[in-house]
Structure formats: structure tokens, C-alpha cells
Design a protein around this ligand. Structure first.
Ligand code: HEM
Ligand SMILES: Cc1cc2nc3c(=O)[nH]c(=O)nc-3n(C[C@H](O)[C@H](O)[C@H](O)COP(=O)(O)O)c2cc1C
Length: 488
């Protein structure tokens, strides 16, 4: 029988050094867990020393807290003032059967109990206060749809078939590159490749993948389009070797990541020591040594020491020169109209990915759907000259639909795939992607369209965010004109 804790005693524990919460009649000591909470420390502090059942139940299954914290974190009971909401999953702390997962949101909740705390923090963490991470997805909810009615949408197959970077694919949704897949599932990127091959969807493979490109692609006879994500190595010869291997393995595009010249500060990940070493952490590039620098243990930073922060516009010609005819050059991480135009004007770039690394690089950077609108408003010509792809915060088929209507050729998903991989391996990734594709088809039909060619901006009402979208290309602030004078 657990100790009854009074509201007065509970209220004493309302700080980061002693953080207790009452949830659904039980009191938990979250002091150790709070700094790594994937939803951020702030929300827990806001409710510290109080009954947090309502905010908790709004976003989490009642069983999550029981299955993810150590039993010693449950320190007593309270007279809960709030009734728990119905459970999504059974209270038995086992993984629900994959067939019972019906929402993309089910995947993190199902995966977390079987992931290590480090893997959970690695997937869910984002830069500092996670504001860009949250804005990426919350901005989609401010865009509303404008369905057209009384249109015959009875066609048995609403086809999502399209091309991304000239590659035929079964869906405009593609897999964004994520590193160190083995930390999440023993088959890591290999499982994602098989899922993509089975579904005929495009996969982007990170330079920091846990397996080599030939292990991921040729080793298992996959047939889907694959792109290489490239972090340029301080030692350029290493990058030349990686590109050469990619070309040999049939990759169709090289996406150079340009939004992370230095690693982001991901505090949830920094705080959890890296238990695993050696093989699990060895990236495909094979050049990074896991060196502690006293700043924490975030995997991206510890492993990313090889990334060349001097890489600049002048170096794009060098990458282009390494690519045979037909292999596209793409910049991943474009965040302003000015840089989209600059990329186009180089004449070297075939596509861009509007991305902020899922909010993992620079916190308070603009949510990606706003950047897509900025391109529409300031430089629509880029859509004719380069393929514009987007990722960040895409959680639902409606999000994919909105991005496609607003001009994106392909829409990338990062964390969602990783939760699915962590919980259920290849089958999980397939089910997750199928759910997203189904949601996209449903949204299309509800809006009166049955093919991707029919999508257009008029199907989305963007007024709630239009005031946030810059009006012209350029460096200048719209009205703040005073600048520091150079002392020289
Ligand atoms: C052991 C306990 C908990 C675990 C394992 C946990 C886990 C998580 C995870 C994995 C996410 C991110 C989901 C995603 O990336 O899509 C998240 C977000 C969040 N969590 Fe928790 N959480 C816990 C406790 C709590 C509590 C006690 C509260 C409320 C007081 C809370 C409120 C939130 C909120 C508001 C978000 C953000 C949702 C969003 O931005 O979409 N969590 N949590
Ligand atoms: C665990 C993790 C690892 C990532 N690793 C890389 C990487 O190696 N290279 C890269 O360009 N982007 C990387 N990203 C960023 C993703 O490619 C993508 O831009 C982002 O996850 C999209 O946002 P979403 O997670 O909200 O879908 C990573 C993201 C996550 C979550």
C-alpha cells in the first residue's frame, strides 16, 4: 500500500531539484526524468507540485508513465482530483500488436517502453527550448482546408504515384535522413530500406547511418529510389569516397545538408551518457571519433566532429563535379527565399529541401511551412527551376496534403519513421507509411481531388499565418534600418 501524500506535501516539490507530480491518483518523483522529457522540461515545471492528470492525459496514454519510469519513481498516492481519460492501449505494459496502431501518434507511445532512454532522447530531442521543433508541426494546424463538394471521387484507386528528383515513386512522402539507426533498432537503416522497397517509396540515407550504403542497398536487393544525405567531411577525400560508393550503389541524388555547419544544442540528448560505443556508433563515413568535450553527450555532436564548417557556396561546384550525369544535387536545409534564389542562380542545384533539421539545429528558426509560403510569395519562379521538397513537423496526411498544395514536390518524415522503427522494425515502418498514405488519400477525396496534379494553393486557407510570411527576397529587415557602423 503506497503512502498517501497530501496536496500540501506535494506542493513543496515544485522545482527542478525536486519535481513531483500527481497523475491519475499516483504521485511520481520526476526529478531525474524531467530534463530529458521529450516534450520539454518547461511543461513539467509548469505543473510541478500539483495534480497534472489533465495536461498529461491530453497527450499521453495513462499507461505510459507506469511503463517508462522506474518503479521507484512512483512514491505514493494522492486523492486525484481528476479522472483519467480512457486508455488508448491496455494498461498491461507490453507492446500493443502493430495492427492496433491506427494513428501516427500511437507510434512513439508504443515504442518508448522498449527503447533505451538514450534512444528516446536521441529521437525526440531538439535544439534548446524545442520551439522550432514544436512550431514545425503546430503551424500546420493553423492552416485550414477548403474542401470542394459534390465532386465524383469514386475512382477506386486514388493514385499517389509521382516522381521525386526524376525517380518514379508510389507516394510523394519520402524518408528524411536520420543517423545512427542501430541505436533505435538492430536493423536500423536496413529495415527502413526494406520497408521503402516494399512500398516503392524514396529513402534518404544519412552520411552518419549505422551501415554502409552497400549493406543498406545492395546487400538486400532493394529496388526503391535512394538518395545520399551528405555531411561534407573536413577531409574532403572521405566525402569523395562516400559519394563514389553512393554512385556505385545506384543512389539517384546527393542531398548536402546545409543547416548544420555546427551541431545543435540538444539538451535532452546531452544529459544522457552514451553507454554504447564502437560499432553501434560508428557512422557510415567512418571518420568520426566519439570524443567527449565536457559539454554533454548528445550523439549528433559527439559523432559530428568530422563535419566541415568551412563548406560554402563556392564548394558546390566541387560536389557537382563528383556526380555523374543523372545524379541530382540537392541542398537540404534551405530556410529563406534569398537562399532558394541563390541556389537556383548557381545553376548547379537540381532541388532544395526546405528544412530546419526538425528543429534540431537552430532553435527559433522559422517553421518550414512558413518558408514554403515565403517562396510562393517572394520567388515563385524557383518552383519551375528546381524541385522544392520539405520536411519538419509532418505528422498527418493533412500536413502532407497542405505542403503539396503549397508547391512541395515531396514531403519528408523523420522522427515518425524512427518511432515506428524502434517499436516494430521494418513492419512498423511499413505500417506507419501506409497510415500516412491512407490519410493523404482520404484528405484528397474529402477535398474533391483524386490525383496529385489537381492540388493547388487554393485548397488551403493560410490567412492565420500570412502576417508571418516575409514579402520580399533579401537581407533587409522590413523597417529596422539602423545598423552598426564598421569601426574599421
Ligand atoms: C514518464 C512520463 C512521460 C513520458 C515518457 C513522456 C513522453 C513524451 C514524448 C515521447 C513526447 C514527444 C512526442 C512526439 O515527439 O511526438 C512528449 C511530449 C509531450 N509531453 Fe510527455 N511524457 C511524460 C510525461 C508528461 C507529463 C507528466 C506531462 C504533463 C504534465 C507531459 C506533457 C507533454 C506535452 C505537452 C508534450 C508535447 C506534445 C506536443 O508538443 O505535441 N508529458 N512526452
Ligand atoms: C534522430 C535524428 C537524426 C537525424 N539525423 C540527420 C542526419 O544525419 N542528416 C540530416 O541531414 N538530417 C538529420 N536529421 C533531420 C531529418 O533529416 C529531418 O530534417 C527531420 O527529422 C524532419 O523533421 P521531423 O522529425 O519533424 O519529421 C535527423 C533527425 C532525427 C530526428
Amino acid at each position: 500500500m503506497s503512502r498517501k501524500i497530501s496536496p500540501a506535501e506535494l506542493s513543496q516539490h515544485d522545482s527542478p531539484s525536486s519535481l513531483w507530480l500527481a497523475i491519475n491518483g499516483l504521485v511520481y518523483n520526476l526529478t531525474a526524468f524531467a530534463p530529458s522529457h521529450p516534450g520539454g522540461l518547461q511543461i513539467l515545471l509548469q505543473h510541478a507540485g500539483q495534480d497534472a492528470s489533465v495536461p498529461y492525459n491530453k497527450v499521453h496514454s495513462p499507461s505510459l508513465i507506469r511503463t517508462s519510469l522506474s518503479p521507484t519513481a512512483q512514491i505514493g498516492s494522492s486523492d486525484s482530483i481528476q479522472t483519467p481519460v480512457p486508455q488508448i492501449f491496455s494498461s498491461v505494459p507490453t507492446k500493443p500488436p502493430l495492427s492496433t496502431l491506427i494513428s501516427p501518434h500511437d507510434f512513439p507511445l508504443a515504442a518508448i517502453p522498449s527503447l533505451t532512454p538514450k534512444a528516446t532522447a536521441f529521437i525526440s530531442s531538439a535544439a534548446t527550448d524545442c520551439l522550432t521543433h514544436r512550431a514545425n508541426s503546430s503551424l500546420y494546424s493553423h492552416l485550414t482546408l477548403r474542401p470542394r463538394i459534390l465532386i465524383n471521387v469514386s475512382t477506386p484507386t486514388t493514385r499517389l504515384v509521382t516522381t521525386i528528383l526524376n525517380c518514379p515513386v508510389s507516394s510523394p512522402i519520402f524518408i528524411s535522413p536520420t543517423s545512427l539507426g542501430k541505436i533505435i533498432h538492430p536493423s536500423g537503416e536496413k529495415a527502413i530500406a526494406l520497408a521503402c522497397s516494399n512500398l516503392d517509396m524514396a529513402q534518404t540515407i544519412s552520411t552518419s547511418a549505422s551501415f554502409t550504403l552497400s549493406e543498406i542497398l545492395s546487400g538486400q536487393n532493394t529496388s526503391h529510389p535512394a538518395f545520399l544525405q551528405l555531411y561534407v567531411d573536413k577531409n574532403r577525400v572521405n566525402s569523395e569516397r562516400v559519394i563514389e560508393e553512393a554512385v556505385r550503389n545506384g543512389v539517384r541524388a546527393v542531398m548536402v545538408t546545409v543547416d548544420a555547419p555546427v551541431p545543435g544544442k540538444r539538451e535532452a540528448d546531452e544529459r544522457i551518457p552514451t553507454a554504447a560505443g564502437g560499432e553501434t556508433l560508428a557512422p557510415m563515413a567512418g571518420t568520426a571519433a566519439a570524443v567527449g568535450d565536457g559539454k554533454g553527450a548528445a550523439l549528433g555532436r559527439v559523432m559530428g566532429g568530422y563535419i566541415d564548417d568551412s563548406f560554402s557556396w563556392e564548394d558546390l561546384g566541387w560536389v557537382k563535379g563528383l556526380l555523374p550525369e543523372g545524379v541530382k544535387l540537392v541542398l537540404k536545409g534551405v530556410q529563406t527565399a534569398a537562399d532558394a534564389v541563390r541556389a537556383m542562380e548557381t545553376g548547379l542545384v537540381d532541388g532544395i529541401v526546405i528544412s530546419n533539421h526538425g528543429g534540431r539545429s537552430l532553435d527559433t528558426a522559422t517553421g518550414t511551412i512558413l518558408v514554403l509560403l515565403e517562396l510562393q510569395r517572394c520567388c515563385p519562379g524557383v518552383f519551375d527551376r528546381m524541385e522544392v521538397l520539405i520536411d519538419g513537423g509532418v505528422r498527418r496526411g493533412t500536413d502532407v496534403f497542405k505542403a503539396l498544395c503549397l508547391g512541395a514536390r515531396g514531403v519528408g518524415v523523420g522522427r515518425g519513421v524512427l518511432w515506428a522503427l524502434g517499436g516494430y522494425g521494418r513492419e512498423g515502418v511499413e505500417r506507419y507509411l501506409e497510415i500516412l498514405n491512407d490519410e493523404l488519400v482520404t484528405t484528397m477525396k474529402m477535398c474533391g481531388v483524386t490525383s496529385l496534379e489537381e492540388l493547388h494553393p487554393g485548397l488551403v486557407n493560410t490567412r492565420a499565418v500570412d502576417h508571418l510570411v516575409p514579402e520580399r527576397v533579401g537581407e533587409e529587415h522590413p523597417y529596422a534600418k539602423w545598423r552598426r557602423k564598421s569601426k574599421l
